[in-house]
Design a protein around this ligand. Sequence first.
Ligand SMILES: Cc1cc2nc3c(=O)[nH]c(=O)nc-3n(C[C@H](O)[C@H](O)[C@H](O)COP(=O)(O)O)c2cc1C
Length: 243
Amino acid sequence: MSKSMHFRDVVRERHSVRNFHPQPVPEDILRSVLEDAQRSPSNCNTQPWQTHIVSGSKRDALSKAILAADDAGQLTPDFSFGINDFPGVYRERYSAQGAAYYQAIGVKREDYDQRRDASRRNLEFFGAPHVALLFMPEVGDNVRVAGDIGMYAQTLLLSLTAHGLGGVPQTMLGFYGDTIRKELDIDPSLKLLFGISFGYPDREHPANKYRINKAPISESVIFMVVFIILCHFSKIFKNRNDT
Ligand SMILES: Cc1cc2nc3c(=O)[nH]c(=O)nc-3n(C[C@H](O)[C@H](O)[C@H](O)COP(=O)(O)O)c2cc1C
């Protein structure tokens, strides 16, 4: 996989990678990915992302601290997140994704310990040599800034793919905001939206062999053409009747 991949291929090749080879990404490639992400659009060009890339011994220490916080039940999310927040089809997709992942890695849904172990792989960055932590300043109700961070994250993920790398966005890392800020000496005014573990995908690992279904565009897109045409014709008829 290289930078010369077509856009359509990059978009279709990208998927959440949940097992990595340990070798680090060379610095020039890492910088190239970050330069790509920096081109992302944002509200009024505010570019509100504050990205911390954690690697090497810092990465190991961070994972250890997060696992310890999890053991101690010290969850300190900056933003709430829960399955019960999602209504209808969104909740169905949420559950289907979990079921597909557990099936792919051979975890039984009813086996709590196995599921917990699988979930804690998030806190080990799925074995990735790097994690990008996406912090943001608090602005208003935070929704606009969070949208900008999403734009940035997707550009970063697509660039990783185009470079033959892979990544997984992780809201779960955001559940340990205080621990991460303390470990990395980050100002409390910066809020952690999510992280992205990344590196070279272990393509043979079962976690990376399944692909989740995407809904057809008819479930997400409404074409207003018919409506516009109807408006157009009703105007013509009205004009005729008026003259
Ligand atoms: C903002 C965001 C947060 C996510 N958080 C997690 C996470 O904490 N753990 C995880 O394993 N996957 C996480 N994912 C990955 C999603 O499960 C994945 O994107 C979705 O199932 C679609 O699969 P795909 O990325 O392979 O297309 C997250 C994705 C996004 C966009």
